[in-house]
Design a protein around this ligand. Structure first.
Ligand SMILES: [Zn+2]
Length: 137
């Protein structure tokens, strides 16, 4: 059932969702190998089109490759974990994930990255001192 390269994709991602960065070690939900550009849109099955994603982000992303920037209403592509730097597009404000670019804002919205259930998980992890989990420099 799992993608044949799931373990490689997981290792490359440091075992954290490449969109919302929830670590697999602390989040009970399943994680999946996700096609960044869905096969429906001609996305390939190569490593450069695969991302490690929590099932929650994957569910909301579905086959979407773009959305409307909530600030401007402009059609904007979604974050691409292979070609974009996470820190260029997202920033933590406590347990809330904010977009710092049109791509970030659009991805936060389409992937529902601040829905109440995941915010509650992050708030609890924040109290435990294990979140935010990754600081890349
Ligand atoms: Zn996620």
């Amino acid at each position: 059932m799992a993608h044949p390269r799931h373990e490689l994709v997981r290792a490359r991602a440091g075992s954290a969702c490449e969109y919302c960065r929830i670590p697999a070690a602390v989040y009970a939900g399943p994680f999946t190998t996700e096609h960044i550009i869905a096969r429906q849109h001609g996305g390939s099955d190569r490593d450069d089109n695969l991302a490690f994603s929590c099932a929650r982000c994957n569910l909301h992303k579905g086959p979407n490759i773009a959305g409307l920037d909530p600030d401007t209403g402009e059609l904007t592509r979604l974050f691409n974990p292979r070609s974009d730097r996470w820190d260029d597009h997202f920033v933590w404000s406590g347990h809330i994930l904010a977009g710092r670019s049109p791509i970030g804002r659009t991805s936060v919205r389409v992937l529902a990255m601040n829905e109440p259930t995941i915010r509650a998980v992050r708030a609890a992890l924040l109290l435990e001192g294990v979140f935010p989990p990754i600081t890349s420099g």
